[in-house]
Design a protein around this ligand. Structure first.
Ligand SMILES: Nc1ncnc2c1ncn2[C@@H]1O[C@H](COP(=O)(O)OP(=O)(O)O)[C@@H](O)[C@H]1O
Ligand SMILES: [Mg+2]
Length: 409
């Protein structure tokens, strides 16, 4: 019997594609025939291995009836064990066609017809296209939610609950929850631990997979080489963690099939659904999600340097603490931070400026974005402020970055 697992998240950059690719490799290692269907138009999993170049064509062509489903499958790696398929977009308008055909049920039908030849079909889904996500969930057996223990990702949990409820009630009543997979977890980070402990205390038992994927720079290296962790020696820790996660999902399927634990409907009804009711307690809990110390430092810095707002971002571009900015603005500014950070790194080398640590961009609106790189226990972070173009917050930002390095170590 084959199982279709949709790998989903409500936020980008949480490790969804990495999880799809590495679970696929792990299921294969456990002896299963595995297919990855990359349904993300931004090309996530399909960029791994050599699917894109090897597959003659893609899902869209099969959905149009231009080729048979078998024609779109290609081996991902040299050992030929994991197969993959991509959307196959040759023209910008193909995305519209893919969404339209998906909305008509073609994607669900295609995935189901491909499933016959495999034990596991992992579907990498996009963030932001509800048409494709809904189509992918229409025929899925299980839904895996990928989550980081960061405020920005955790805040999307209510959206996930609403989505899951909608799919279950209107689209696919048989959909089960494979679990929530926590990725990029930093063992030593006290705020992440706090968030994780809080979630586990408040959500139904068994919702989280026990295997956790650590934050592992080796995984990033593996990603650059378009290979799963188990093929890259520096990513051995996460390779092991993904193997354990695959084994755990497999074990839970036995429980799911026996009708017992982890029925999504029950979980939603039992736990997360009720969270909106006692909003007083909820608000207090949410405060714990944030790192108050970091936010205090941000607030003082904004005050002294006349900043309109500021955000601390990690190197994946997720906002960890925010002051004075709307969530969307903070998200956008944080997302830019790693790119700006890279520019600083280049300046230190190309321009022989070892002490270069900040960079600023003047916006047309008369505002300026200033970024300062800093590190906590050797891990890079970015402090980004938004201020009037005439302001010069560099000194205050240096002070704040120094405090962050010292007080959060
Ligand atoms: N456990 C991890 N530790 C460190 N980096 C990770 C980890 N998981 C993913 N990454 C990196 O984070 C970035 C985003 O991951 P990705 O899987 O593409 O996210 P998504 O598909 O959710 O957008 C990539 O550069 C990836 O290499
Ligand atoms: Mg992705």
């Amino acid at each position: 019997m084959s199982r279709i697992i949709a790998v989903t998240s409500q936020k980008g950059g949480v490790g969804k594609t990495t999880t799809a690719v590495n679970l696929a490799a792990s299921f294969s290692r456990l002896g299963h025939r595995v297919l990855i269907a990359d349904c993300d138009p931004q090309g996530g999993a399909g960029a791994y291995g050599r699917v894109k170049s090897a597959a003659a064509t893609g899902m869209l062509a099969a959905m149009r009836g231009e080729c048979s489903p078998e024609d779109i499958i290609a081996p991902m790696y040299d050992d030929g064990r994991v197969a993959g398929c991509v959307i196959g977009m040759g023209h910008p308008s193909d995305l519209l066609d893919f969404e339209t055909a998906s909305a008509k049920g073609e994607l669900g039908r295609l995935i189901t017809s491909l499933a016959a030849g495999f034990d596991y079909i992992l579907v990498d889904t996009p963030v932001g296209s509800s048409t494709i996500l809904k189509a992918a969930l229409e025929k899925a057996d299980e839904m895996l939610l990928v989550l980081n223990c960061r405020a920005a990702a955790v805040k999307t949990l209510p959206d996930f609950v609403r989505l899951a409820q909608w799919i279950r009630s209107d689209i696919n009543p048989a959909l089960k929850l494979a679990g929530i997979a926590v990725t990029m977890y930093r063992e030593g980070d006290s705020s992440e631990k706090k968030i994780f402990d809080h979630l586990r205390a408040h959500l139904p038992a068994g919702l989280f997979l026990e295997s956790i994927i650590p934050f592992d720079p080796g995984l990033e290296m593996a990603g650059i080489r378009s290979a799963p962790a188990m093929m890259v020696s520096s990513a051995a820790d996460s390779a092991r963690a993904y193997l354990e996660m695959a084994a755990e999902i497999k074990k839970r399927e036995g429980e799911l099939d026996s009708g017992a634990a982890l029925d999504l409907g029950d979980l939603v009804a039992e736990g997360m659904d009720g969270r909106d009711d006692d909003s007083g307690e909820d608000d207090e809990d949410r405060v714990n999600f944030r790192n108050r110390r970091a936010e205090n430092i941000l607030a003082e810095m904004c005050d002294r340097a006349n900043l309109a707002g500021a955000v601390i971002a990690d190197r994946t571009g997720l906002p960890l603490a925010v002051c004075g900015l709307e969530a969307r603005t903070a998200d956008i500014i944080a997302a830019m931070a790693p790119e700006l950070g890279k520019t600083i790194e280049k300046a230190t080398v190309y321009m022989d400026q070892p002490n270069a640590n900040d960079i600023s961009i003047d916006l047309g609106s008369g505002e300026r974005i200033v970024l300062r790189a800093f590190a906590i226990d050797g891990v890079p972070f970015y402090l980004v402020g938004l201020c009037p173009r005439t302001a010069d917050p560099a000194g205050e930002m240096l002070l704040a970055a120094t405090r962050l390095t010292e007080e959060l170590a």
